[in-house]
Design a protein around this ligand. Sequence first.
Ligand code: NAI
Ligand code: MG
Length: 335
Amino acid sequence: MTTICLIPGDGVGREVIPAATEVLTALGTLRDLRFVHAEAGWDCFQKRGNALPAETLEAVARADATLFGAVSSPSGRVAGYRSPILQLRQSFDLYANLRPTLSLPGGFSRPQVDLLIVRENTEDLYVGRERREGADTAIAERVITRRASERIARLAFAQARLRADPRVTIVHKANVLKETDGLFRETCLAVAAEFPDIACDEMLVDAMAMRLVKDPEHFDVIVTTNLFGDILSDEAAGLIGGLGVAPSANLGERVAVFEPVHGSAPDIAGKGLANPIGAILSAAMLLDFLREPAAAESVRRAVYAVVRSGLLTPDLGGNATTRRFTDAVVRELAS
Ligand code: NAI
Ligand code: MG
């Protein structure tokens, strides 16, 4: 028995997680899957005064893997509210964020892109050490440690080893951020020396942002710090159709949380128009993690077949609903 914790969250999370769950359920040949449902997010906070209740944390800790939708977070400060996805990453030390970008078979996607962004997920500017000094100055502290840089670099090289013709590009801004990115760069290069069989180079993040637009097919594995990884991975998603199609994994030593890269998309929530591809491909990553590579591959093949047929949600230029797209994927799996 394999237990998967489902946390739809807010907005379109409640549309795309049920879609991905239907796809998992349609994999009839798979070993027994048990789904448990848990709450988190803004609505949960409004209702219960807590965006990530203790029983949700327990459900995640007990499950073999978690599929998370998206949550709404206010841009300003709200007393007592902390983003549940950031809390999950911190509570379970989900130190690695894997964000693959693979071309989709449609005119909306650049061809021949197959890259993996490995983003450090616990520190950098996201440690939340921000403060106001007086009325007109705000300061944020950036934290980079050797330990976190070393484990993310090791994971990036281990992931690279699973790929055909691997190459790791270390992305940083050590020419300006000499201490923080200097430490990240130096640590990654030391780990690279332990993997002499894997090609490795480095690039400054601004140059990388440009190269990713100009020749994305040039890159394989990119390892970088938290904020740069956040930005570059959204940029990479833009190459293949946008946020609606991008999957991700948050990995720690004991817990794994899979989630589409997009947020709660309040502009389209509740209309049945959300693209479920990001969530379904996140479910495929979850299957890979559960050592079900054949099932993961059949999910991906089913998604590609439906995309190739031209059945697309509005964000990709079509007029299919979440329902129609999901039904087509399920039918494709059965064929
Ligand atoms: P967003 O990702 O929700 O939306 C950005 C744009 O992409 C919107 O035009 C939206 O309609 C579109 N989009 C997103 N997902 C889509 C899908 N599945 N299908 C079709 N179109 C899709 O980002 P935004 O607007 O910056 O943030 C909205 C809310 O989501 C905020 O409260 C933010 O804090 C939260 N958020 C949560 C994340 C998470 O839970 N991991 C990540 C990013 C944002
Ligand atoms: Mg982001």
